[in-house]
Design a protein around this ligand. Structure first.
Ligand code: SF4
Ligand code: SF4
Length: 304
């Protein structure tokens, strides 16, 4: 008897339940009991302003728990004039994004206990302000994704978190979520990070049955997720120096772009990960490779 392809197993094909996952939780300080988050739509108004005159100026840049997105790492490395691998070694610590059980990079704080100031903070404020991470841009908003029961696609929404140390909520500046997102330059980050966020969301939605189609993700795949998300040069080596291009249908005209453009390579990486982790049809295996793989699988099952 041949083993059934898990992606076509009707019992495991769809986990159809409402799921809501926080991508950035917005709580960057060490506050234990922030006021309950309020869910906001794009046109909803909220009152907030952060500026040098607030009594809490830079308080939130101490002991902050910041998960770095792939676009954060590209932008911050470029800001420091180094490549992502060096940036990773100098400014980050390894972490785990618990809901999806996937490895992520966290921004390192100063101090033996990691509760000191951010490495990029000076008396003048944030020295990487133009390239600050997405979490810093979003604050005091959080970002969450929801897949309603029966829907095929997920929707994002924001939520407002009020921490007592943050006096920005007492400032007189009413704005919509959309206005705030635009002012903070968030769109560009969301565009590049979309695939990464999709993967976190999908993994979280499969968590209750142990992983995609009921199967756990191997440590090697987790390593590749970390490589794509944090070390674009390492993934470039993987694409151009292994059998990757002989395995997948990639338009040769895109090779030059992938050699030079980090964002384009990230998008390829997320498509590839979705195909490996969830069997999504985001990247196509070459026909001869596919036939060989099927023949090998049959051989292993003694079905030839
Ligand atoms: S990157 Fe800038 S805004 Fe973000 S925690 Fe560090 S100093 Fe603060
Ligand atoms: S107002 Fe809030 S976001 Fe601005 S410095 Fe103070 S704690 Fe940080």
């Amino acid at each position: 008897m041949s083993e059934q392809d898990p992606s076509t197993n009707p019992d495991l094909k769809r986990i159809d339940k409402q799921i809501e996952v926080e991508i950035f939780d917005a709580v960057r300080g060490d506050e234990e009991n922030p006021v309950m988050p309020v869910r906001l739509k794009s046109g909803d108004m909220f009152n907030f302003s952060c500026h040098r005159g607030v009594s809490c100026w830079n308080k939130c840049c101490h002991g902050a728990d910041i998960t770095l997105t792939p676009q954060d790492i590209l932008r911050l490395s470029a800001n420091k004039g180094i490549r992502p691998r060096e940036f990773l070694a100098e400014y980050t610590l390894p972490g785990v994004w618990e809901r999806a059980d996937l490895p992520v990079a966290k921004l390192k704080m100063t101090g033996a206990d990691g509760k000191g100031a951010c490495h990029f903070l000076t008396d003048e404020g944030c020295t990487v302000y133009d390239d600050r991470p997405a979490t810093c841009r979003y604050y005091p908003l959080g970002l969450a994704s929801i897949k309603p029961k029966g829907a095929d696609i997920q929707e994002d929404f924001c939520f407002l978190v009020k921490e007592s140390h943050c006096k920005g909520h007492e400032e007189d500046n009413l704005q919509t979520v959309d206005q705030f997102r635009k002012e903070q330059g968030i769109e560009d980050y969301d565009r590049v990070n979309r695939g990464w966020m999709d993967i976190l969301m999908k993994m979280a939605s499969w968590a209750s049955i142990g992983g995609p189609y009921g199967k756990g993700v191997t440590p090697q795949v987790k390593q590749m997720f970390f490589l794509v998300s944090t070390d674009v040069d390492g993934f470039r080596q993987f694409v151009f120096e292994t059998k990757f291009l002989a395995t997948y249908e990639i338009d040769p005209e895109a090779f030059d772009l992938l050699k030079e453009n980090d964002e384009a390579l990230l998008l390829l990486g997320f498509d590839w990960l979705k195909s490996v982790m969830f069997q999504d049809k985001t990247i196509t295996m070459k026909e001869n490779v596919l036939h060989e793989a099927i023949a090998k699988a049959r051989e292993n099952m003694g079905a030839v």
